[in-house]
Design a binder for this molecule. Sequence first.
Ligand SMILES: Nc1ncnc2c1ncn2[C@@H]1O[C@H](COP(=O)(O)OP(=O)(O)OP(=O)(O)O)[C@@H](O)[C@H]1O
Ligand SMILES: [Mg+2]
Length: 369
Amino acid sequence: MSSLHIQQVRKSYGSTDILKGIDIGIDDGEFLVLVGPSGCGKSTLLSMIAGLDTVTSGDILIGNQRVNDLHPSKRDIAMVFQSYALYPNMSVAENIAFGMEMRKVPKAEREKAIQDVAKLLQMQHLLDRRPSQLSGGQRQRVAMGRALVRHPQIFLFDEPLSNLDAKLRVDMRTEIKKLHQRLKATIVYVTHDQIEAMTLATKIAVMRNGELQQLGSPSEVYNKPANTFVASFIGSPSMNLIPGRLVPHGDGLALEIEHNTTEGLQIPLPPQPDSVTAYVGKEIIAGLRPEAIGNGNLQKHELTRQVQADLVVTEPTGPDTLAILKLGGFEVTARLEADATYPAGHRGLFTVDLTKLVMFDSQTEQRIA
Ligand SMILES: Nc1ncnc2c1ncn2[C@@H]1O[C@H](COP(=O)(O)OP(=O)(O)OP(=O)(O)O)[C@@H](O)[C@H]1O
Ligand SMILES: [Mg+2]
């Protein structure tokens, strides 16, 4: 196991810049999850760590060793690709054991490793089949198995669960987390799945157009997103990003939301730092997660404010009910209790939890509080 440091890494194809100076550092044993829209450069970054793609400029360090010019086979990395390549003329068991055979691991040890991994990945019954006799998800598990029988410095996973059905995906997610706890392995993992990112990561790197937007713990990127892009990318349903103004209110400030309506809304705020009071009279973007907006009767604390809102529609999801509300004329999503039932067109009191309010500069879109 090793630490990994990516320093000012750039990648260009001809005149097209794919990665524009990425800095990411993780300690030995960390679980880094890369997320970002399709085409932002996640797979490219993994390929460069593995040594399958050259680095245009910058450095990649595994442990204390600069590996830019080190051959892939010397990097001691196990990778599961987005498109898993299996040897078609070998059985599942042979595919899993191939690397070990090359490294002359004794047969008994290989057999045991195959059985352990097959059990972990729920595919004992598939060991004698050829890849052509497997479904996409089963092939993906074989590719995963091939990586897991090794004990490399770093595991690289590129959307390893994307072809699995919902139930197996959740099971495998838990298995991967257990595996990480047990092996204390250093892992870099790409996913489009929000829950996978939040549950597995010790650090999440959010990328956009070849640039790093934020590197932080799941709780940091979720609760303190660096900018509106991260705020809307992480979390489902997305954080509500509400255009508003900061206005004087008594001795302090209030958040004013007035969107195509004569009935604006003012939400009094607790005392704010100078970085925020500098915005009095100016437009800002208020960020509220759906769970920060609740039923009017929820237990209150000092920083809960009651607001009048119009209910547009409710969407029961099972564990909770999503409600689209109009706050000061602006449509937001609220996550209410499962049994919350309201008639369409209901107008009433809801609550806003100000401990969960974040604010962004409306021009730069960077977080100010
Ligand atoms: N060999 C290449 N030559 C030119 N451009 C390339 C090459 N390989 C990848 N790209 C471009 O680099 C960008 C990043 O691709 P990459 O595969 O890293 O994205 P990604 O973040 O993994 O996306 P996805 O989530 O869809 O897998 C894309 O715009 C892609 O078209
Ligand atoms: Mg990719």
